[in-house]
Design a binder for this molecule. Sequence first.
Ligand code: 5RP
Length: 220
Amino acid sequence: MTPDQKKIVAAEAALDYIKPNTTIGVGTGSTVNHFIDLLAENFKGQIKAAVSSSVASSERMRHYGIPIIDLNEAGRLSIYVDGADESNHQLQLIKGGGGALTREKIIAAASDKFVCIADASKLVNVLGDFPLPVEVIPMAQNLVARQLKVLGCEIKLRAGFVTDNGNIILDLLGLQIEDALTLEHRINQITGVVCVGLFAQRPADVLILGEADGARKVFA
Ligand code: 5RP
């Protein structure tokens, strides 16, 4: 089974969490794209609305006739479905490989249940093999980079990439993240940082892993 087929297995299992005629939060990425396709197929005309974490996901859902509304209009959400680049066993995540980390973090914070869907390779013992994304206000690029240097990581500007919020991404390579909550707070304190793609303060509630023999649920 390919990694992409495993993503489909995870996305399919997340449908169990969807209740008709509710407003749901929907994230971004290739796993979520499968989820959107399956949602449209299995809940045709039954999704009241979605709050989306990216322009790309909004467009995909609109194509299927799923209404997109603003989070301010939606209020608190009962469920948020999104992917991840890495998860540890506490369901703390690295997200933002697709650059949508800030909106993803906002929707996760506004949701009662965060269902994370991924192929099985995303579960790791220690976060950090995947570069940690940091969304930064463009004029603060060098200011922020100088302060991130003390973490002892390599810092790479995501070349040619602009977030949906008009900002840049600095990817941090070579971290071994043992205390994700402390690092999340530390990076968020740097002036010019919009958001770091560490989801430790608000981890996932359940991680659905697509494996060759089906979906496996992991709880913290
Ligand atoms: C986007 C994300 C995605 O959830 C993450 O990159 C996983 O993507 P994929 O499902 O394509 O592996 O955080 O900002």
